[in-house]
Write a protein that binds this ligand. Sequence first.
Ligand code: FAD
Length: 398
Amino acid sequence: MDLNFTPDELAFRQEVREFVAQNLPADLRHKVLNGLILSSEDYIRWQKILHAKGWGGPGWRKEFGGPGWTAVQQYIFDEEIAAAGAPRAIPFGLKMVAPVIMQYGSPAQQQRFLPKILSADEWWCQGYSEPGAGSDLASLKTRAVREGDHYIVNGQKTWTTQGQYADWIFCLVRTDTEVKPQRGISFLLIDMKTPGITVRPIITMDGAHEVNEVWFENVKVPVENRIGEENAGWTYAKFLLGHERTNIAGIGIAKRELARLKRIASLEQKNGKPLIRDPLFAARIAQVEIDLTALEITNLRVLSAEAERRAPGPEASILKIKGTEIQQAITELLVQAVGQYALPLRREAMAAGYQGDAVGPFYATPLAANYLNMRKLSIYGGSNEIQKNIISQMILGL
Ligand SMILES: Cc1cc2nc3c(=O)[nH]c(=O)nc-3n(C[C@H](O)[C@H](O)[C@H](O)COP(=O)(O)OP(=O)(O)OC[C@H]3O[C@@H](n4cnc5c(N)ncnc54)[C@H](O)[C@@H]3O)c2cc1C
């Protein structure tokens, strides 16, 4: 196991750094580095820039239009674009449904869907969770009944991130109620414009509209939009969840946010002394940085194992827990660093804060909302409690 980057990998890092320096629009960089809200157009614009360079799908194989990078190159790429302040890739198309379509989709599905995911011409969302089916996903109830060459879908999905922008949703639906729950699930690709679909916003505690409820009432879905076999959807769903946890540690983003914390804590205070000179606060920043460095080394060990062709296993759960705890700790310190300017909790104030025009210094206004928003990290992608269960069963053998 060699945790040092090779000369080729270092040259690759330099290439990515130079490309991003020359091609990342200044307004996007400004928004990301200051925690402001990005519009769907912002994400699409950056994806199109990467696509034009041939870097639209960092994890994609060459045969599907990807650059064919190794896991280490993908890690370097993620780290560089995060540090530079580029928007993160919206994962639902690129990192979730695309690998499923590549692995289990028909050639016709591959040709129909993959190019438009890569070029950001179609936006996807994920229809897994339902009220009562989150951690216990296999208990999902959204029903799809076969009628000739269509399924008729009825039910409800929830927490559907960015469903309000989506052209397509990939859904787990129940196609057999008579068997063990895992054996009666199918994986459907559903056009969001189909009659009978209603998207209702859920406003989260930071005032943002990021998640939704999606309702299906007699929605007609062609059988040709099913991935693989009927009732084999659980296999595809688990394959997708494995991809969801790739690079889940978010080290690039945590490093960028740590740098932001240090920038803010280094500013002159009214009493003339920057907060970072306070030994207690400096020690808390140092502790987060130590944890982040340890996580980075652990992540490199996982990548090194992947390079040696060992699939990432339950260690992804360790990365998820530590990575999300660190990101949450940084948002907590950021709020504490700006003191009373992080106080306004009324929705209108937070909405104003997100745009950077509330009372107080510009850099402080989005921090309370960022803090509240980041509580989601330990819930989605498999909650941290569920990750602990995986570690106890698969690593500790309990
Ligand atoms: C901001 C946000 C965005 C999301 N986006 C999407 C999306 O786009 N698409 C989608 O399909 N889903 C999405 N989700 C849903 C997410 O995957 C679920 O919230 C998550 O799986 C947890 O399910 P739940 O909310 O039903 O909580 P529950 O499963 O009801 O869990 C409640 C609590 O009990 C704990 N718990 C549950 N079971 C166990 C157990 N066996 N052992 C120990 N503790 C347990 C959990 O950790 C949690 O703390 C999103 C969630 C959030 C918060």
